[in-house]
Design a protein around this ligand. Structure first.
Ligand SMILES: [Mn+2]
Length: 284
């Protein structure tokens, strides 16, 4: 439903108006939630999630290899495991994870059993082998160096998750860091970390990073998030780095939304991340 809402809010038309050529490849097939078994309560829906991620990884790899910029819409942030793993095939990637959460739990630390709380740890090589290798089919286990990962906007971290983040060496720029230093300075630092000795940057944008006033239609809203303008500046700076190879726009849930507000914001942010500016002439 998330991708439909984002399409309905005009993503393709907006991208074309920016001068991009758009190939909408349609939805990645996902089984209907209510028809599959939840399975292991510490790794809910592991099997369907791994299958979807394996399919998505191949599509993203193909897209980048063909010289395109994949824009992956969701939906559950567990898809980030597939998209980033695909983007990291044969490429050394830095990762910007803009999110209210760090998504760095494992099956051992998870309070909920939701895999959308685990993709970033799995991408850094931490957690259950089925996620790390997409069930052994994917040979590029743990491609992302945690030293090239920056989490931006975090404000809801679990204690065991904090220990894992620290041990791994991930840079976490909490909302407090943004309050103190400003989004421009924090994104500059985050982009520097993701750029260091890498071939490019993948941006994974969880709409719950934005304050629920502007993005009410997300699964796990947390008050005190990025403002409308901070979110835009964050992705504009990512675009300006000239190093982005692909992006996710996720956690849009139309059932929880108010008149498609969150999908509309998702479109605005995706366009800003792909080059849209209010004014691109001189300021002086
Ligand atoms: Mn997330």
């Amino acid at each position: 439903m998330g991708p439909s809402a984002i399409r309905y809010a005009g993503l393709c038309q907006g991208l074309e108006a920016l001068g991009h050529q758009v190939h909408d490849t349609g939805n990645v097939p996902v089984p209907v939630n209510e028809t599959v078994a939840e399975g292991n309560p510490r790794l809910k829906y592991l099997e369907p999630i791994v299958n979807v991620c394996r399919d998505l990884a191949a599509r993203v790899d193909c897209s980048i290899s063909a010289g395109h910029m994949p824009v992956v819409l969701g939906g559950d942030h567990s898809l980030g495991l597939g998209s980033v793993m695909g983007a990291a095939r044969g490429r050394k990637l830095g990762l910007l994870w803009i999110d209210a959460h760090a998504d760095f739990n494992t099956d051992e630390t998870t309070p909920s059993g939701n895999i959308h709380g685990m993709p970033l740890s799995a991408l850094c090589g931490i957690g259950t082998p089925a996620l790390l290798t997409l069930n052994g089919v994917d040979h590029d286990r743990a491609k992302i160096n945690p030293r090239n990962v920056a989490v931006v906007g975090a404000r809801d971290l679990d204690d065991p998750e904090k220990v894992l983040l620290r041990e791994a060496g991930v840079s976490v720029f909490s909302i407090e860091a943004i309050d103190r230093y400003g989004i421009h300075e924090i994104m500059t630092r985050a982009i520097r970390i993701a750029s260091r000795d890498t071939d490019g940057i993948y941006l994974s944008l969880d709409l719950d990073s934005v304050d629920p006033r502007y993005a009410p239609g997300v699964g796990t809203p947390v008050p005190g998030g990025l403002t409308f303008r901070e979110a835009h500046l964050a992705v504009e700076l990512a675009a300006e780095s000239g190093r982005m190879v692909g992006m996710d726009v996720v956690e849009v849930n139309p059932i929880l939304d108010e008149r498609n507000t969150t999908a509309q914001l998702a479109v605005r942010l995706a366009l800003s991340a792909l080059g849209k500016r209010v004014w691109d002439g001189d300021w002086e």
